[in-house]
Design a protein around this ligand. Sequence first.
Ligand SMILES: C[S@@+](CC[C@H](N)C(=O)[O-])C[C@H]1O[C@@H](n2cnc3c(N)ncnc32)[C@H](O)[C@@H]1O
Ligand code: SF4
Length: 438
Amino acid sequence: VNCDITRKLYIRANGDIPCYDDAGDRTILGQVSTAEDWSIQSVFGNASYGHVRGCLSQGRTPWPDLCKTCAVFRPNENFSDSVASRIIKQLLIEPSLACSLRCPACSQFDQIRHRPKPFRMPPELFRAALRSLRRERYDVREIEYCGQGEPLNQPRLREFVALGREYFPSAPQRLVTNGNFDYERLLGGTAIDEIYVSCDGLYQHSYAQYRVGGDVNRVLQFMADIPKEVDGRRQKVVWKYIVFEFNDSDAELCAAQEKAVDLGVDCLLFVFTQTKYKSTRYTLANAADFPVRAPNVAMNGTPLHYRYSKSFSPLNGTRWPALAKLHWPRGSALRDCVFVLDDFSQLTQTEFTLRGWALAKEPIAQIQFRRNGHCLGIARLGLPRPDVQAAHPAYGDPASGYELKWSEQEAAAGPQTIEAIVTGAGEKVLGRFEKVFS
Ligand SMILES: C[S@@+](CC[C@H](N)C(=O)[O-])C[C@H]1O[C@@H](n2cnc3c(N)ncnc32)[C@H](O)[C@@H]1O
Ligand code: SF4
């Protein structure tokens, strides 16, 4: 049993630290104060936090009524406690609970009526949290500005970004916004590593059915105005498009992909939701039928979809080369075929995936996967892997990524021997790779 609460820390606009950012957010585990000597240890060491970690470590559910509906609870995962090793994988900050849109499935409207003020986080409160985390030698791996309101309704967001850089200069920072803003006025000149812009539709009549009060042209302009680089720091833009029943026609989905190319965004991420108004034409289960017409298109579910997720671990001593690493020296001679599996996971209760990359001297025509001697399927090839290309430019292949997804009623019992057969033109076998997973 595991939960995001063992690796992430969420601080609300008023300083409350809830049991993360979903159903558990009704339970407050502690509070940040601006007092000079305030310590994060007063939260991580208190009885409520102790209850959560104690239960999870013993395979028990900390808050049975809440956890059963909470999107970040992971009943299939093994317990791990990175906070205990002073690693915070994500520091999630809610700069503002205020928002001027009225998205019908968002809890913002309800929360702003019931939660104690302030609705905009004072930067001094963020500083107090950062100061203590650094003083207590926590390693903050990334900072995200999101929460239950709109981060750009915090007019001082630039100060937050600067504070994050001051205390944890190597932590990448991400902003998640509805984008109904003038980019230059609010953020011009401030580098943010990743900007997710929620824009669910290309046309005003479809967009505004969920993003009530929003203006799609303003959002598209916001994305267009984000420079690729600020002060030599790369900014990545992700257009996040939640697929609802009113924006899921093939015509609109394809036109959005053309627009994404025009705008030069780094990724157009289609998200299949499980809330009210979710698309029934396209879901995570039939994502393979989704009309993909452009590069840099990705698809995802919401955290709730991945509740039953788990990663399968390789058994020691089997014959696959090192996993997940770009594992041979730059510039070395080309090999006939190199195959790397980054991830073998159960995604949802019934969906499984194998993901990684492969390079060969000759073009790869097909990768077939077998499990315990039976065919699992043929992987989708040609997925962009700029990281692999940067490490191994001699192969000249910017799209060495592959992915195989399949469905079955439950995870196979016992060890699973996964075999990959990589073939080139005329079914010539370029390589065979095998590894056993527990
Ligand atoms: C509450 S919003 C706060 C950030 C910002 N106001 C925004 O809308 O992007 C946090 C995240 O929830 C997502 N979201 C909103 N409505 C959703 C829905 N019905 N299903 C899935 N995600 C949703 C947003 O796209 C955003 O990524
Ligand atoms: S824009 Fe974001 S915070 Fe505002 S109502 Fe919509 S989902 Fe909620």
